[in-house]
Structures are given as structure tokens and as C-alpha cells.
Design a protein around this ligand. Structure first.
Ligand code: GLY
Ligand code: MN
Ligand code: MN
Length: 444
């Protein structure tokens, strides 16, 4: 198979994830995990294929039209089987190489067969099991297959068929595993973060007035690709001036103006893992007084929230820290008026801080994992990776002095929780005002 710069994960790592998952299932159960489906882009061409994150987490197998079947017998013995596309000379000439069952088994370290008899394999796996575990509602074709298999098993008891009587949703079980990153994941995420941080530095260094937003995007995507990360983890956001106020702005089709800020939110995807970094900097390399003042408020909030990321604390603590700093800063700048404690209690800064403070990060940029347990914010634990991304957005017409209008600032880093607190995986890209200006002036 073609090699790339992307580091690989050893088959034993996937095997241990599957074993941990199966350990949580009752005896006499069957678990089905479908690969992602290809999506038509236009007539007979497809969008670039991206593997389903859960399937990727458990197998590392990169092709569509595949299914993982895991079974736990009544005695608790586990078996696993990958069904995949067969080798096919003609299809491979037109569409590309395929592993085929033999090479898939050898490369990914789990038994594999070609998927021609997939419906029968699924029927045999489900028959006489008590419990079925899968993610219903993600892939329509796969849902239809499971439904029709269950219908067949229910219809013909005289043939010795019996359908599972219990069904569990796979997603929350696997989400809980994915929330705690293993060594292989941490190493992959560190690489994704390093590549992304350097891409942001390149954008700062190469940014000039009158460039187009999509040209800064191209600088970033070029660096991703040259470092082995062909894809971005999400659509790159490059918002000059007031475009920064549009939270998920991806048009990226405006010209950057001398005297404006530009907000870039970009992260590469490496072996499925996403980085997620935002930096805001002046197009001409020098913050104006207003820009610097507002930027410093967000930076103070970001530092305060990051400092609260440690085992035992929760998002309650990070959000409280960020809100205290944002409110204090906005009050000092006269953008908010009133009494500090009251403004904090009323969360008055939410008028300009219009999104959440962060999210889990991993195989999905907004990664899986429950944020609350029994309706209470869960404490941070080692192995979790999250973003901290406060922002302030003051669109034209806001209820404050005109000098602030059109400013948008967000600063976002990716943090790994460790026993001693946290590691900031994205601190290679500067965020202090002086450090950004020095990098853009070419003096570092
Ligand atoms: N890049 C999307 C986000 O920061 O959540
Ligand atoms: Mn984010
Ligand atoms: Mn982001």
C-alpha cells in the first residue's frame, strides 16, 4: 500500500482498544461497527473519503464498505472479524488500490474476510445473541441491513433463529473510551498540534495587507500537507476585520485590510486526529491601541482559564476564571458599565463572548465524551484533551464606543490534562502581543 508521511499506529494498540470495549459488554453479545459511507459530490464522483472516527479508533482500517463484527460468547470468549472490499483488478485501475482481506488481516492484525456475504455474516453473528450493540442512525444503509436482519431472525424461529432482545447504543460506551487518550493518541495529537502551530506562525510571518483571506488559508494548508497532514480537521477560518465576528466563517474570500485584525482558526488532521488553534493578529504586524487593549483582555482570560485546567477542577472552574477576567477587562475598557461582582454574576460579558469556552478534542474536532455526569460538570482527569478558547466579538452597531466596533479576538489552545495539571500542546505559536509583533517583524 502507498506510504505517506503520516505515522502509523501499531495493530496491538487497536487490539487493546477493542479488548477494553468488549470487556464492558455482557456475555452473549454482538457488536457491529460500520466504516463510513462514501458521499457523492457530483454524479459519479465522491467527496474525499474520511473514515468514521469510531471505526478508525477500533481498527485503523482506512477504506469504506467495511464492517467490524465483534462477538462475545455465552462463555465470555471474544471473536472479531473485519469484512472488507475484495481485491478487484478493474475497480483498482479506476478507483484505486484496495487492501483486500489477506493484506488487511496482515496489516491491521485482525481476522478479515471479503464482504460479499456480509448480510449472512451479520445474520449469523446476531442469531441467538442476547444483546446487540451498534450505532443506530448514523448510516442509513447499515441501519436498513440491521433492521432487515432482525426482522428475518424474528420471523423464522423454526429455522433456529432468535433475534437479540436487548440493544445498546455503542456511542456513549466508545465515547467514554475515546475521552481518555492513550499513548499512541497523545503522540499523534502532539504531532498534529506542532504542525498546526508552525502553520499559524507561517501565516503570521507571511501575512501582508491586501492578501486575500483564502491565500492565508493556502499558506496554512500548504504547511499541513508538507508535514504529512493532507487534511484539515475542520474548514479553516480566516476572518479579516469584522469577518472575525462570524464564528465559523469559512468564506475566506475577502481582502485583508491594513489596520485590521485577522482571526485564524485552523488545525490539521493527522491519522484522524485534529488540532484546533486560533490566533488573532494585526494584518500589518502592529496592534493599534484599541486592538491591543481588547486582545489583552482575551489573553488574560485565556491564561486564567488554562491555569484552572488540572485534575479535580472542571469546566465550572475554567469558565468562572475566564468570565471573571473578561468582565474585569471589559469594565476597565468601558465596554461594560456597572459593578464588577454584579456584572460577573449576571454574566454580562456573554454579550460579547458568545460561545462556549472549549470542547473535548480528538478524532473529531468537537470530540465525543459527556461533559456532565449526573448533570454535574465532570472533573478533569489525566488523558483528557480539551480546548480553551475565549473570545470577544464587537460587531458594528454594538452598544459601546464606536472605537471598538468591528473588533474580534479569539485565542485558542489545546490542553492535555496530566497528573500535575496540564500540558499546552499548542504553545509553539506565540500569543503575547510583543511576541506576535516580533515574529511578524522578522526579529525572531
Ligand atoms: N474550530 C472550531 C472550534 O474552535 O470549535
Ligand atoms: Mn475549538
Ligand atoms: Mn477552533
Amino acid at each position: 500500500m502507498a506510504s505517506t508521511l503520516v505515522p502509523t499506529v501499531a495493530p496491538a494498540v487497536f487490539a487493546s482498544r477493542r479488548a477494553r470495549l468488549m470487556a464492558q459488554l455482557p456475555n452473549n453479545s454482538v457488536l457491529l461497527v460500520s466504516a463510513a459511507a462514501e458521499i457523492t459530490r457530483s454524479r459519479d464522483t465522491e467527496f474525499a473519503f474520511r473514515q468514521d472516527s469510531d471505526f478508525n479508533y477500533l481498527t485503523g482500517f482506512p477504506e469504506p464498505d467495511a464492517l467490524l463484527i465483534m462477538q462475545k460468547s455465552a462463555a465470555g470468549e471474544m471473536t472479531e472479524l473485519l469484512l472488507c472490499r475484495p481485491k478487484d483488478e478493474l475497480a483498482e485501475i479506476w478507483q484505486g488500490r484496495r487492501y483486500g482481506a489477506a493484506l488487511a488481516a496482515e496489516t491491521f492484525g485482525l481476522p478479515a474476510i471479503s464482504h460479499e456475504n456480509l448480510p449472512l455474516e451479520v445474520q449469523n453473528a446476531l442469531n441467538q445473541k442476547t444483546t446487540l450493540v451498534y450505532s443506530q442512525g448514523t448510516y442509513a444503509e447499515f441501519d436498513a441491513l440491521v433492521s432487515s436482519t432482525l426482522a428475518t431472525l424474528r420471523k423464522y424461529p423454526k429455522k433456529g433463529y432468535q433475534a437479540p432482545t436487548q440493544q445498546f447504543d455503542l456511542r456513549p460506551i466508545i465515547a467514554e473510551l475515546r475521552l481518555f487518550k492513550d499513548e499512541a493518541e497523545i503522540s499523534m495529537m502532539q504531532k498534529a498540534c506542532k504542525i498546526s502551530a508552525q502553520a499559524h506562525c507561517n501565516a503570521m510571518q507571511q501575512c501582508k495587507a491586501d492578501m486575500w483571506e483564502y491565500q492565508l488559508e493556502a499558506i496554512i494548508r500548504f504547511h499541513f500537507a508538507m508535514q504529512g497532514a493532507r487534511d484539515a480537521g475542520y474548514n479553516t477560518i480566516v476572518g479579516g476585520g469584522e469577518n472575525g465576528c462570524i464564528l465559523h466563517y469559512t468564506d475566506n474570500n475577502a481582502q485583508l485590510k491594513d489596520g485590521d485584525l485577522v482571526l485564524i482558526d485552523a488545525g490539521c488532521e493527522l491519522a484522524g486526529y485534529s488540532a484546533d488553534i486560533t490566533r488573532t493578529f494585526p494584518v500589518n504586524g502592529k496592534f493599534s491601541a484599541e486592538q491591543a487593549a481588547l486582545y489583552q483582555v482575551v489573553l488574560n482570560a485565556q491564561y486564567a482559564a488554562c491555569a484552572a485546567v488540572k485534575p479535580g477542577n472542571s469546566t465550572k472552574d475554567t469558565v468562572a476564571a475566564a468570565i471573571a477576567e473578561l468582565t474585569k477587562g471589559l469594565l476597565e475598557l468601558g465596554i461594560l458599565q456597572g459593578e464588577l461582582d454584579t456584572l460577573i454574576k449576571e454574566q454580562a460579558c456573554k454579550k460579547y463572548f458568545i460561545h462556549g469556552l472549549g470542547h473535548w478534542l480528538g478524532l473529531d474536532v468537537h470530540d465525543v465524551g459527556a461533559y456532565k455526569v449526573n448533570d454535574v460538570e465532570r472533573p478533569f482527569e489525566p488523558g483528557m484533551v480539551l480546548t480553551i478558547e475565549p473570545g470577544l466579538y464587537i460587531p458594528t452597531g454594538s452598544d459601546c464606543d464606536k472605537k471598538w466596533w468591528g473588533l474580534a479576538v479569539r485565542i485558542e489552545d489545546d490542553l492535555l490534562v496530566i497528573k500535575e495539571g496540564h500540558l499546552n500542546l499548542t504553545d509553539d505559536v506565540p500569543k503575547e502581543i510583543a511576541a506576535i509583533e516580533a515574529l511578524m517583524a522578522g526579529s525572531v
